[in-house]
Write a protein that binds this ligand. Structure first.
Ligand code: 13P
Length: 258
């Protein structure tokens, strides 16, 4: 199955970068130069304290916003956590879940990730689930098994239906922040694998699922990556912190959608 959803998606993951001043400059540039996009939804995922700023600057534009994590609990004595309802209060419509930087640095388990995924959906927030293998796993040829297991934790507890309208981002860990992106062939085969896995369980959910690629995307490789079947857009780290560079990636995605 090679179903490709119509509208493409580009998500800026600002990670722990930014300041009120820097954000304002970047967002002003995005607003000015990305209003021409017709086939591409752009989303900015910033650190929690800046959600109010995103809401105030982006609310009447074609750019959506979101967060980089969410609590698995609804409410309560969970010091330092931020709930899905709180994200919603600031107009967030997307949240990144299970990014490998969190999974490794903060010991995020697959079970926690599965709970966060449905917790976001319960509040009308689209989860962007990150999956991907390490270099050792790729070299051992077990990347399919690794990604499959990451998806299984969600499928086994909540069913494949939850992927309808959701986003999965294939982010090979060896490609994140290294300057070494997956080749279009490597991405093609993993994206097809993911689409087929969901499709075998629930064809309708697979048709309404976006599968992004993330890991060292830049304006040059974007041109080759985003024409690949089953790549519905990108999750962009470093290159989302430079307005001109990010806009060039968004344009490459837009052109691939036409
Ligand atoms: P880079 O684009 O900096 O490699 O980061 C990718 C990423 O982690 C996006 O979530």
């Amino acid at each position: 199955m090679t179903k490709q959803t119509q509208q493409k998606l580009v998500v800026a993951n600002w990670k722990m970068h930014g300041s009120l001043k820097q954000n304002e400059a970047l967002l002003t540039d995005f607003i000015e130069n990305l209003s021409i996009l017709n086939h591409t939804q752009v989303v900015v995922c910033a650190p929690y304290p800046y959600l109010a700023q995103l809401q105030s600057l982006l609310q009447h534009t074609n750019i959506a916003w979101g967060a980089q994590n969410v609590a698995k609990n609804e409410v309560g004595a969970f010091t330092g956590e931020v709930s899905a309802a709180m994200l919603k209060d600031f107009g967030a419509s997307y949240v990144i879940i299970g990014h490998s930087e969190r999974a490794t640095a903060y010991c995020e388990s697959d079970e926690n990730i599965a709970t966060k995924f449905v917790q976001a959906q319960k509040h009308g927030i689209t989860p962007i689930l990150c999956v991907g293998e390490t270099l050792i796993e790729r070299e051992a040829g077990v990347m399919g098994m690794v990604v499959s297991k990451q998806l299984d934790t969600i499928i086994n507890t909540h069913g494949a239906t939850v992927f309808a309208g959701a986003v999965i981002s294939y982010e090979p860990i060896w490609a994140i922040g290294t300057g070494l992106a997956a080749t279009p062939e490597q991405a093609k085969s993993m994206h097809l694998f993911i689409r087929n896995k969901i499709s075998n369980l629930n064809a309708d959910a697979a048709n309404h699922l976006k599968i992004l690629y993330g890991g060292s995307v830049n304006p040059q490789n974007a041109v080759q990556l985003f024409v690949v079947p089953n790549i519905d857009g990108g999750l962009i780290g470093k290159c989302s912190l430079n307005a001109q560079v990010f806009e060039a990636i968004c344009l490459a995605v837009e052109n691939s959608a036409q």
